[in-house]
Design a protein around this ligand. Sequence first.
Ligand SMILES: [Zn+2]
Length: 412
Amino acid sequence: MSVESTPMQDTMIQSSILGMLGSRGAMSRADLARALKVSSATVTQICKLLIAREMIAETDDLAPSRGGRPARLLELVSSAGTAVGVKVTADHIAVVQVGLDGTVESSQTVEFAALRPDSLDQLARGLGEVIGALPGRLLGVGVAVPGSVDSRDSGIVDAPTLNWSAAQIGAILRTRLNLPVLVENDVNAVAVADRLYGAGQDHDTYLVVTIGRGVGSAIVIDGIVRRGANGGAGEIGHMSVDPAGPVCECGSRGCLEALIGASALVQKGHERGVLAGRQGGAELLEAARQGNDAARRIYTDAGDVLGRALSGVVQMLDPEIVVLLGEGTDAWPYWQPGFETSFRSGLMPSRRGVPFLVESWSDYQWALGAAALVLSAPFDASGAGGEQGRWVRARLQRPAENLASPTAGARP
Ligand SMILES: [Zn+2]
């Protein structure tokens, strides 16, 4: 049902219209009003303002008539803004520039050594050089890290694989770049991207699970990524599933990650004589592809363990769909036989049909996930982006002449 907006809500509606046209493409005023659950009069009034500011424009196409006179479609003016997405790994940084419609405009890799004592300064300097040279109206920077983040807004990071403890990533980058900076756990960032461009367009409640070096998940319920009290929700990698299992990096015993993370599988490969010397994950996968039974068995057993653990999570959260991704999905054909059996049989009969989607993701797609933190800010009614999200929205609504370069972007 449509409701009238207050002046305060108008700001949110303006950025929601821009975000909606960016992620969904051209729409009529009536469709915008329906999607945003506001009155047609409000949408018409706000669109008039956005057209006057040359941020949106009418296309030559007409929307199919619903009985009345055919309506003009509205589209985003492409110069309305772009976002930068950054994926941080232990040995490099992937950076992408993404248009409001999700199109990747450029991508590059920057050298980075997380274990160097000056790694934070190196990160800020490297990003400063790359971002300073990017064209167009930058709305903000999204940063995805393999670790836990207290909030997207303050961006304090604990990431054992990067050797970061309480690292003030958000504050450091915001000062050095003079742009809004939103920091998030990398799996949560992918879940945000899925909401804008992937499975989340058609599903409000879903689970994103990653396998690879680590094992992680993101929980989306009613369209919102659930971060938990400390940003640590979804850490399935550290669910203890075998009290007699190996000791995990986190100090507990028998964590999912210690059993089926990439290094655990490689270790099993050596113990069982599939691998020799300095051989690792690539050789283990190749052995499975060549039909080596012992290698295939390692993956099938891993699938069995993952399936049992995930069935519990699915039972608990009741998602519409589960999306699986990460570099470990290269070996998914060998995980799957073990996974299917234990996952389906671990679920109550009424839940057994839950769809399971496997996606392959490159570094740049992870970085696109980070950019989605910025591009989702227009919709962020839940306030997950805090002050940084408001800053992105303010930049999105600012006329182009006030936003010529990254350094010209004063805070609202
Ligand atoms: Zn652990």
